[in-house]
Design a protein around this ligand. Structure first.
Ligand code: EPU
Length: 428
């Protein structure tokens, strides 16, 4: 096991290049199951979730080649192998295997997904969609069993706007007979990316990126080549890091439109932000203003940036209130920020931050992916050395984190943990 160490207070300057989007990658890879011939996806991030999905596709008979540039999946010989346990439990997005395997084989057995603990994360809307398409769905000993004689298009209204349910229903519906309409669909850019891949595979999808998606089922899908969109959450994290500790940081390979809500909030705090076609520049600032933030579905402020943004707000003068309307318990980073001297508390679904405070390096633990990002941002701002454990969470979502940060002047490195440290962390 390793820990991450950051010597804070070094001003960041330079350009960070953003990788392909994690939350697209984890849906695009399962989507390849639906094709009859090889699918190539370019520009995937180097994260552990991608490796796990590669292994899962191999478990069901796929031939998969993954290198630093692309993944090539030949799904021709895949079978509907039950996956009740094992690697499916390691990531949230294994739920996309349900939609994709149901779509292609009309049956699937998938263990209930793992992923970050952010409060209750039900999948009732996914199941509602599968059932509407004609599947019988049961939950037996922690695994979801799906079976259909045939899938038939249906009109499905989502009671909750859900990224996962929208994508999963698209995956199941593209090979169903007839027309499917998903109402109150999520509008995140990752949904458009998945719809683009499926369309290139021969699917007929209209309206992805709006709240009504219309799908006309087709008989068969074929291979294609697809280039993934940049990761707006990784880009947002570096933008926040640049604001927290930078003099001038340029985020490269980004779609600025995807980050309008974050850019607006940074400007409100007093930062100068400039955008061009595929870059965003943030210039460090003093005398920052406290701001309130409420997370919302896209294009609102993303819940995935709430945690790193909270770290940044410790720099602002006054009281900031950050409310997460998407997840009820995405505040596990707050106790750790307090260890670093932050004046912050949680009340209900809100974090209340009083600033400015000068953060101090401390030993802290990442409890989930974006909590890890929040602690990295805090470590870059803090005086002294911050030690972060729980790196398995960070490695699920950030490619080449140390290399990218070192490239803009941060002092950050990994060290092996001693047996005593491992025991302490496991017992904490
Ligand atoms: N929800 C339900 N029922 C459902 C599905 C969702 O009640 O059937 C609720 C959830 O509990 C949550 C809200 O609806 O309160 C939104 O959940 P959504 O389904 O949109 O989330 P998700 O698909 O499970 C994806 C990302 C998350 C990101 C959310 C929100 C992936 C693999 N994960 O999760 O990313 O926070 O959308 O944007 O795409 C992360 O990257 O750190 C991360 C957690």
């Amino acid at each position: 096991m390793e820990k991450l160490k950051i010597a804070g207070g070094y001003p960041l300057k330079g350009t960070v290049r953003i990788s392909g989007a994690k939350n697209s990658a984890v849906a695009l890879i399962p989507a390849t199951i639906l094709a009859q011939s090889p699918v190539t996806i370019e520009g995937l991030p180097h994260i552990s979730d991608v490796e796990i999905l590669k292994d899962l596709l191999e478990e069901i008979g796929g031939q998969v080649k993954l290198d630093s540039k692309e993944i090539v999946v030949n799904p021709a010989d895949m079978i509907s192998m039950p996956l009740p346990n094992g690697k499916v439990k390691k990531l949230r997005a294994s739920y996309y295997l349900m939609g994709a395997m149901l779509g292609r084989f009309k049956k699937a057995v998938i263990g209930l997904p793992g992923g970050c603990h952010l409060g209750p994360r039900p999948i009732d809307q996914h199941i509602k969609g599968f059932e509407a398409l004609g599947a019988k769905v049961t939950n037996e000993q922690g695994a979801i069993y799906l079976r259909a004689e045939e899938l038939r298009g249906a009109r499905i209204y989502l009671d909750v706007v859900s990224v996962g349910a929208t994508i999963n229903i698209m995956l199941a519906a593209v090979l169903a007979k007839g027309k499917t309409i998903i109402e109150n669909a999520a509008k995140e850019p990752e949904i458009i990316d998945v719809a683009t891949l499926l369309t290139n595979m021969g699917a007929k999808i209209k309206g992805a990126g709006t709240d009504v998606i219309r799908i006309e089922g087709v008989k068969e899908l074929h291979g294609c080549r697809h280039s993934i969109i940049p990761d707006r959450i990784e880009a947002g994290t570096y933008l926040i890091a640049g604001a927290a500790a930078g003099s001038e940081v340029i985020i490269d390979n980004v779609i600025p439109l995807h980050l309008e809500s974050l850019i607006a909030k940074l400007r409100e705090m007093g930062y100068t932000i400039e955008t061009s076609n595929d870059q965003i520049m943030v210039v460090g600032a003093k005398d920052l203003k406290a701001v309130d933030v409420k997370t919302l579905v896209y294009p609102g402020f993303p819940t995935d940036l709430q945690q790193p943004f909270t770290s940044l707000l410790t720099k602002a003068a006054g009281t900031s209130i950050v409310t997460d309307t998407i997840y009820s318990a995405r505040f596990k980073h707050i106790d750790e920020l307090r260890r670093m001297n932050a004046e912050v508390k949680v009340e209900g679904r809100s974090a209340i931050i009083n600033g400015p405070t000068r953060l101090q390096g401390a030993k802290v633990k990442a409890s989930d992916l974006r909590a890890g990002a929040a602690l990295v941002v805090a470590g870059l701002m803090a005086e002294g050395v911050t030690e972060i454990t729980g790196l398995e969470h960070i490695d699920r979502g950030y490619s080449f984190l140390e290399e990218k940060l070192t490239g803009i002047g941060a002092t950050i490195w990994r060290e092996a943990m001693t047996a005593e440290e491992i025991e302490q962390v496991q017992n904490s």
